[in-house]
Design a protein around this ligand. Sequence first.
Ligand SMILES: Nc1ncnc2c1ncn2[C@@H]1O[C@H](COP(=O)(O)OP(=O)(O)O)[C@@H](O)[C@H]1O
Ligand SMILES: [Mg+2]
Length: 266
Amino acid sequence: MASNALPRAPEIEMRGVTMHYGGSAAALSRIDLDVREGEFLSIVGPSGCGKSTLLRLISGLQRPSGGSVRVRGEVVSGTPPELGFMFQRDALLPWATVRENIEVGLECGGYAKAGRGERLDELLAITGLREFGDAFPHALSGGMRQRVALARILAYEPGIFLMDEPFGALDAQTKVLMGQELLDIWGRHRKAVVFVTHDIEEAVSLSDRVIVMTGRPGRIRSNYEIELARPRDARKIRSDARFRDYVHAIWNDIVSEVGGPASRAH
Ligand SMILES: Nc1ncnc2c1ncn2[C@@H]1O[C@H](COP(=O)(O)OP(=O)(O)O)[C@@H](O)[C@H]1O
Ligand SMILES: [Mg+2]
């Protein structure tokens, strides 16, 4: 806990953020968003509404055309050191083993070589990869590769996690299992997470808050505080009546953005 009494700046603070690519119409328009300390925030919205752009602005990979982006109170210029990323494509080094791939995260996190072996064992255990340390990525399933990617960002110990559809390429069951692992790991560390997904159930099952964006230009359309008890069971929670209500409401928001008929209760 912070020892001084001053309120801390939000982990991420976006004010009036607008983004244009070249001369085209805005991709994002007037985004105001605070991500609180320890918060698990998901962003959903129609394809092309600027979700990935929003993450790139937070990460400093792109600059906003207007407005400001701050991470821990500092205007973003260059990649803030406290950020860790995870994308749909795992970006593992194909010629390196699982252990070596995870070690890259330790190296980036400034871990001394001497302490790495023990920490590697721990990370392999946390992510269920204990028996796969010497395997190469091509020998692993998509789910396993995403576990390695997860272990690598955990190795780095980022203060804030940015995740862009990290489980988007996985089959439905693996996705739920990975979501559960992420929940368990997050529950122990409670770092801020910004999680982009097109899967509404995944968003509701994991998050403290879900933001729905409008179609292009992306704006924030609605904001749901997900008041479901923790710790959560990512699978069982799906039959909870309040869970269904959140999913239903978010579905209707998205459907009205893409111009389809409102969904019926399911
Ligand atoms: N580098 C780029 N140059 C031009 N247009 C881009 C670029 N990246 C994204 N866009 C456009 O900006 C909009 C938002 O893209 P993106 O952030 O990838 O959306 P999402 O992740 O929600 O699908 C889209 O219309 C996309 O075509
Ligand atoms: Mg995207």
